[in-house]
Design a binder for this molecule. Structure first.
Ligand code: ATR
Length: 307
């Protein structure tokens, strides 16, 4: 939506923001401001470069200024778990916060989002941490690749922050067999143990699969650089043994991994959908309204790929 159709900033404008370090490449302002404009809200979404040592101060400042909410990106998602006043079940499950909503009590004592209260709330404001990344991955796999994960065999590459959330979420979606591969094998083994205790119906193996798999998912950072090697050992696994491939990386749009997957005949998708859906769900958490997903998708594609 063009700026001219948007209400001008005035004293009633409400704010959301993403905090990260670094932040200048974030696509979230383009994504969220398109959504806010389409909903006709006189809100704005900003981006701030906040080093980890100042995260606590930044959260307190946003609360004091009655921001509607925040998104958090690298390196704040784990740190914030100990800095918000209360955690939604989603943040407890995944052990990370990527969305914060500021809330206050209404006349009946229920905690509600600040914009529901109109003016300045009479009582205390609290911050509530959510995680929308895990749901976004599943929604993106379904939307981009048509995958229904229950009963599937999945090879997951990476057991860092993103890989851990992906593995746990895939297990709660009742994937039948999860193969975990990570450069640091001990991290994959620890994650396998965690899944075995939290999601026993899923079989977990550390290492490459012998049979075919329904999906190979890259949750490593390999592919961000044009010269990066493949995120798996090509001597131990061939993409011709996979039906579909998903790369959480979305910039570049086609990594070497996705190019090879397409050449091997896999259905393939990058992580732009995950970025879109985590943002759409955050917007719904703040507004209580359905997110205008297609408007947000177009804004995101224009921002990231210039299309
Ligand atoms: P994120 O939050 O994006 O997951 P992370 O926690 O630093 O970031 O995880 C990065 C992932 O990419 C890890 O799986 C990491 O492997 P290690 O656990 O062994 O560090 C993987 N990774 C990063 N650089 C790599 C490389 N050069 N070769 C193989 N794997 C790599």
């Amino acid at each position: 939506m063009s700026g001219s159709l948007r209400q001008a900033i005035d004293a009633t404008t409400r704010y959301c923001a993403v905090l990260g370090h670094p932040i200048k490449h974030s696509a979230s302002p383009a994504l969220q401001n398109a959504g806010l404009a389409a909903l006709g809200l006189n809100w704005r979404y900003l981006a701030f470069d906040v080093p980890p040592a100042l995260l606590r101060d930044a959260l307190a400042g946003a609360k004091a200024m009655r921001f509607v909410g925040l998104n958090l990106t690298v390196p704040h998602k784990l740190l914030a778990c100990d800095m918000v006043d209360t955690l939604d079940e989603s943040a407890v499950s995944w052990g990370a916060v990527n969305t914060i909503r500021f809330e206050a009590q209404d006349g009946a004592g229920a905690w509600v989002p600040l914009p529901c209260l109109g003016g300045v709330p009479p009582g205390a404001v609290r911050s509530r941490g959510f995680n929308t990344d895990a749901d976004a991955l599943v929604r993106s796999l379904r939307q981009s690749l048509g995958l229904d994960l229950a009963g599937m065999k999945v090879l997951l590459l990476g057991a860092g922050g993103a890989g851990r959330v992906a593995a746990l979420k895939l297990a709660t979606e009742r994937v039948a067999h999860l193969f975990l591969v990570n450069r640091t094998r001990s991290k994959a083994e620890a994650l396998a143990e965690e899944i075995r205790s939290r999601c026993p119906p899923t079989t977990v193996t550390v290492g490459y699969p012998a049979p075919r798999v329904d999906l190979v998912l890259n949750a490593t950072s390999l592919g961000l650089g044009a010269e990066d090697p493949a995120p798996f050992d090509e001597a131990q696994f061939s993409l011709s043994r996979a039906a579909a491939a998903y790369d959480m990386i979305y910039r570049p749009a086609e990594t070497r991994f996705l190019r090879a997957a397409k050449a091997a005949g896999c259905r393939a998708a990058n992580g732009l959908g995950m970025l879109l859906y985590q943002g759409a769900q955050a917007l719904e958490i703040w507004t209580g309204r359905s997110a205008p997903v297609e408007v947000m998708r177009r804004a995101l594609e224009a921002e990231v790929y210039g299309t």
